[in-house]
Design a protein around this ligand. Structure first.
Ligand SMILES: [Zn+2]
Length: 68
């Protein structure tokens, strides 16, 4: 797994709820991802372009994912 360490990290995004820096954004990261915080467990929508995270509203967790 040392290849992961060698990748360029462009920043670490803090959790909007507890400020824990939990998302490592690599230099080729793009778009958005929903990531659960390692400390408080809240799910955040991470924007790799803006290098920011927004808490997901609780309702959105109940939505079923219709993957086609
Ligand atoms: Zn957190």
């Amino acid at each position: 797994m040392e290849d992961m360490i060698k990748m360029n990290i462009k920043g670490i995004i803090p959790c909007p709820a507890c400020s824990k820096k939990f998302v490592f954004a690599y230099s080729d990261a793009r778009g958005h991802a929903s990531v659960p915080c390692v400390r408080c467990g809240r799910i955040s929508m991470v924007d790799y372009e803006k290098m920011s995270a927004t808490l997901m509203p609780p309702l959105s967790r109940k939505n079923k994912v219709n993957a086609k």
